[in-house]
Design a binder for this molecule. Structure first.
Ligand code: HEC
Length: 109
């Protein structure tokens, strides 16, 4: 008597979606996309290539690399004097920005 156990195993494997890793490694294409997006929407405050005095505006070169959720949260909802980008950016753009910022501008992919 054979039961269709193979079929069940297969379904379980497909169900195991690949999880997000921490600390991250970044896709070079995403970093480049993020770099462009950054210079369109963030550089006027945070500085070209994330270089600013770090006195009035957050220095993104120091943003903790292990806090992607905080990044998303702050960019989507805004924080302090930073506006929300909920309307301006889709999730893909925010992910690309994270690749750029989280990799220290591509220095630590
Ligand atoms: C109008 C100026 C302005 C623009 C444009 C801007 N920011 Fe900011 N950003 C700020 C200021 C001011 C802060 C400090 C907020 C605070 O902590 O009070 C900040 C803080 C941050 C932080 C740290 C938030 C935290 O969790 O502490 C991140 C991350 C960030 N900005 C990312 C971005 C990204 C990505 C963009 C482009 C989509 C962007 N910012 C565009 C002004 C700006």
């Amino acid at each position: 008597m054979h039961k269709p156990l193979m079929w069940l195993c297969g379904a379980a494997l497909i169900g195991a979606a690949h999880a997000q890793t921490n600390p991250p490694t970044f896709d070079l294409a995403a970093i480049e996309k993020g770099r462009e997006q950054y210079h369109r929407t963030c550089a006027q405050c945070h500085g070209r290539n994330m270089v600013n005095a770090g006195t009035t505006v957050y220095d993104l070169r120091r943003f903790p690399q292990d806090q992607p959720d905080r990044f998303t949260q702050s960019v989507v909802n805004g924080k302090g004097n930073m506006p929300s980008f909920k309307e301006a950016l889709d999730m893909q753009a925010v992910q690309a920005l994270w690749a750029y910022v989280g990799s220290r501008g591509g220095k630590e992919p």
